[in-house]
Design a protein around this ligand. Structure first.
Ligand SMILES: [Fe+2]
Ligand SMILES: [Fe+2]
Length: 300
């Protein structure tokens, strides 16, 4: 794959275009008419619960970014505060409302304060050399997260189409899905520009690679329960059928920018392990609950 050359003006134009073309989805435009709410809930409850939560937690992410990147550029600020944040918040509301139409409880999202871990990083980020490393990690995390979202919404849309649930497929899932590639493109272009511009010395790239391999985590999946929930997205949306290929897609930007040249474009082991572990946790739990359910079924 060829790597385009990116400059700040192109990124700025992209963000302005996104803001103009994609205002937050009009919440009144969603049609929650369902043919078979129970079947949709059975198929998608786990993925919906996870996706609604992480989309809503963007509210906290925006606060975190202000702490994490004290020397943020005007383009970055415009993107996360005025374009990305408002779009993602509406994604969260749409998914939460869909869940409630399916009989699920309201989403429990952590939109509270900035955690101490972020404050420590934010303090270090006042050192310019560290700031740029954190900025690269922010772009790489963003690219992987948005690519995951693109794959998940694609799969959800296909599943709803097969069930004949056209109202929610088009006015909720597709309405959200169409906004995710622009987010991915922003992070990808920003990471490329930061590296291509030569702003990072070799030791900063080494540090970024080291930190990424040690701290890689699935977005919104800090606890074991949340990792299991992420596993439900992978398993229930069929993303674990070709997990290695999907993870390669999801982390392609960092593979290109951070992998040592001798490693070629192999999927970073830390990323594959995180996804595999989440899928395994969910399968284990699903197996356990099936085992505890079956005696009741027999008794009934
Ligand atoms: Fe989103
Ligand atoms: Fe997004």
């Amino acid at each position: 794959m060829t790597t385009p050359t990116v400059d700040p003006a192109r990124i700025r134009a992209h963000v302005e275009r996104l803001g103009a073309l994609h205002p937050p989805v009009d919440l009144g435009s969603a049609d929650y008419t369902l043919r078979d709410a129970r079947a949709v809930r059975e198929r998608f409850a786990g993925p919906l619960e996870y996706m609604a939560r992480v989309e809503m937690e963007v509210e906290r992410n925006v606060l975190e970014l202000a702490v994490l990147l004290p020397g943020v550029s005007e383009t970055d600020r415009l993107f996360y505060a005025d374009v990305w944040g408002p779009q993602e918040e509406h994604h969260g509301v749409l998914l939460d409302t869909l869940g409630q139409h399916l009989g699920m409880p309201p989403t429990q999202a952590d939109t509270g304060g900035v955690p101490p871990r972020i404050r420590v990083l934010g303090a270090l980020a006042h050192i310019p050399a560290v700031h740029e490393v954190i900025r690269l990690l922010y772009y790489l995390t963003g690219a992987a997260t948005e690519k995951s979202a693109m794959l998940a919404y694609q799969s959800m849309s296909e599943g709803l189409a097969a069930m004949g649930e056209d109202a929610v497929r088009t006015t909720v899932v597709e309405a959200i899905k169409v906004q995710e590639p622009g987010h991915f493109a922003f992070y990808r272009m920003s990471a490329l520009e930061l590296v291509q511009s030569g702003a990072l010395a070799p030791w900063q790239l080494h540090l970024a690679r080291f930190l990424r391999s040690k701290t890689f985590s699935l977005v919104g999946a800090k606890t074991r329960a949340q990792q299991t929930q992420f596993g439900s997205v992978l398993v229930e949306l069929g993303m674990d059928d070709e997990l290695e290929r999907n993870v390669r897609d999801i982390v392609r930007v960092e593979t290109q920018l951070l992998q040592a040249s001798g490693q070629g474009l192999a999927v970073p082991a830390y990323a594959l392990a995180a996804f595999r572990d989440a899928a395994a946790l969910y399968r284990e739990q699903a197996g356990a609950s099936a085992r505890t359910r079956s005696p009741q079924l027999v008794a009934a």
